[in-house]
Design a protein around this ligand. Structure first.
Ligand code: SF4
Length: 392
C-alpha cells in the first residue's frame, strides 16, 4: 500500500487541529457524557495541578483557562473588583452564568491573591461543588518541601475520594502516572519540533494540540498526539526568513488565539511558557515506589519555572536565558496579562537583564478579552524586521 500523499496528511492534521479548536470552546461534559471509567469532573485553575491524582479518582481533570474574547460579562462585576485580571473575572462569570454547572469541583492555588480568593467565591456561590485551595509552596527550597507537598497531595487525595465515592489506591495513581509520563514524552517531542524545525509547527497549532488536554482524558490526548506528531514530522515545508523568538508571560491568563496567529505571521516562536502547568514536570515521574511521594519530588526537583514560583535554583533571569539558549533564539517577546502582578513583576526583571545582556526584546501587554490586533501586528512586524536586519 502506498503512503498517503502530502495533501492527505495535511488534511488529516487539519482535522485534528480543528478538533482541538472545537475542544478549546467546548462545554465541560456532564457526568453522563463522560468516557468509561470517569464518575465526574474536577476543574483546576492555572498554573500547575497534579492531574494524576484526580485521574486516578475517576474525576476528569478539566483545565479552567478563562472565558476567551467572546464571553459577555454580566454577573461577575458584582463579585470581583474591576482591577482584577481577566481570567479571574471570566472564570467567575462562567460559574455564575451556569457554563461550569457540570463541574464536580474547583481547585485553585495560592499563586496570587486574586486566584487564591476564587476558592472562597466558589464555595459561597456553588456549595454543591467541591471548592479547594491546593497549597503548593511558592518557595520549594526548604528541606521539608517534598514532605509538605506529599502531605498536601494526600489531603487532596482524601477530598477527591469523598467526592468520587471510592478509594484511590496507590496502584491507580501509579497507572495514571504512567499515562501522564507518556503524555510528557509526547509534549517534549512536540516542543523539540518547535525548536528544531519551527516551520513544521506554528505556535498556534502547538498551543491547540497541548490545550486539548484540558478537555480530554490523558489516554485520549496521548492518542491524539500520537496521531498528530508523525504528520507534523512528515510536513514538507520550507523554512522562511523569520527571526527565532521565545515568548514568555502566557503562564496563567491565556493570550487570545489571534495574538498567537499574529506572532506566527512574523516570527518563529521556538519556545514559550504557554500552558506551562500542563508541562510542569520536566522529566518522567518515577514509576516505582510511592506514587504520591514521586509526584511531590518531581514538583520540587524536576519542574519548569514561572513567575508564580520563587525557586532560588531557577531565578527569573536565568530561566529565561536558559530558554533562549536551548531554543537558539534571537530575541524574546516579554508579555504580561493586564493586572497580573506576578507577570508584570517578572517583565521588569527580564527586561533589565536582557538590556544588560544585549539581547533584543519586545514588551507586550495582553488581555484574554482583546479583540483588536492591528497595532500589535504592526509592532511585531517592525520588531521582526529590525531583528532580521541586525542578525543578517
Ligand atoms: S493572570 Fe496573574 S494575577 Fe491573574 S490569576 Fe493568573 S497569576 Fe494571578
Amino acid at each position: 500500500m502506498s503512503s498517503p500523499s502530502a495533501a492527505a496528511r495535511e488534511r488529516e492534521l487539519g482535522a485534528i487541529l480543528e478538533r482541538c479548536n472545537d475542544l478549546r470552546q467546548a462545554a465541560v461534559p456532564a457526568d453522563a457524557e463522560l468516557p468509561a471509567g470517569f464518575v465526574g469532573t474536577l476543574g483546576h485553575f492555572p498554573v500547575y495541578f497534579p492531574e494524576e491524582i484526580a485521574h486516578a479518582a475517576g474525576l476528569l481533570p478539566v483545565g479552567l483557562l478563562g472565558g476567551g474574547n467572546k464571553l459577555e460579562m454580566k454577573h461577575a462585576d458584582a463579585h470581583i473588583g474591576s482591577f482584577i485580571c481577566s481570567i479571574c473575572r471570566s472564570t467567575t462569570e462562567m460559574g455564575l452564568n451556569g457554563s461550569l454547572a457540570t463541574l464536580g469541583g474547583f481547585v485553585t492555588h495560592p499563586i496570587c491573591d486574586a486566584a487564591k480568593h476564587l476558592a472562597g467565591i466558589w464555595g459561597r456561590n456553588f456549595p454543591e461543588q467541591l471548592a479547594q485551595i491546593l497549597y503548593l509552596p511558592q518557595n520549594p527550597n526548604t528541606p521539608g518541601a517534598v514532605r509538605y507537598v506529599a502531605a498536601e497531595y494526600q489531603r487532596l487525595r482524601s477530598e477527591l475520594e469523598k467526592k468520587a465515592g471510592r478509594l484511590v489506591e496507590d496502584e491507580a495513581v501509579s497507572r495514571s502516572v504512567r499515562l501522564y509520563n507518556r503524555n510528557r514524552r509526547l509534549l517534549r517531542e512536540l516542543y523539540a519540533i518547535r525548536r528544531d524545525t519551527p516551520w513544521k509547527l506554528s505556535c498556534t497549532e502547538s498551543y491547540l494540540l497541548v490545550r486539548a488536554r484540558t478537555r480530554l482524558p490523558c489516554e485520549e490526548h496521548n492518542a491524539l498526539l500520537e496521531a498528530a506528531l508523525p504528520l507534523v514530522h512528515a510536513r514538507e515545508r520550507a523554512a522562511q526568513d523569520k527571526p527565532r523568538v521565545v515568548f514568555v508571560g502566557g503562564f496563567c491568563e491565556q493570550p487570545p488565539l489571534e495574538m498567537l496567529e499574529v506572532l506566527d505571521d512574523t516570527c518563529y516562536v521556538v519556545d514559550d511558557d504557554l500552558l506551562i502547568g500542563l508541562r510542569w514536570l520536566t522529566s518522567d515521574v518515577p514509576e516505582t515506589g510511592d506514587p504520591i511521594r514521586a509526584l511531590a519530588e518531581s514538583f520540587v526537583d524536576r519542574s519548569a519555572a514561572s513567575p508564580v514560583q520563587h525557586d532560588e535554583r531557577k531565578t527569573k533571569e536565568e530561566y529565561l536565558m536558559a530558554m533562549l539558549r536551548a531554543a537558539r533564539a534571537d530575541a524574546a517577546i516579554l508579555t504580561a496579562a493586564k493586572f497580573c502582578e506576578p507577570g508584570l513583576d517578572e517583565q521588569v526583571a527580564w527586561s533589565k537583564h536582557l538590556d544588560a545582556a544585549g539581547i533584543q526584546y519586545l514588551v507586550l501587554e495582553f488581555e484574554e478579552k482583546m479583540t483588536s490586533f492591528e497595532q500589535m501586528a504592526m509592532q511585531l512586524e517592525t520588531f521582526a524586521e529590525s531583528l532580521l536586519f541586525s542578525i543578517a
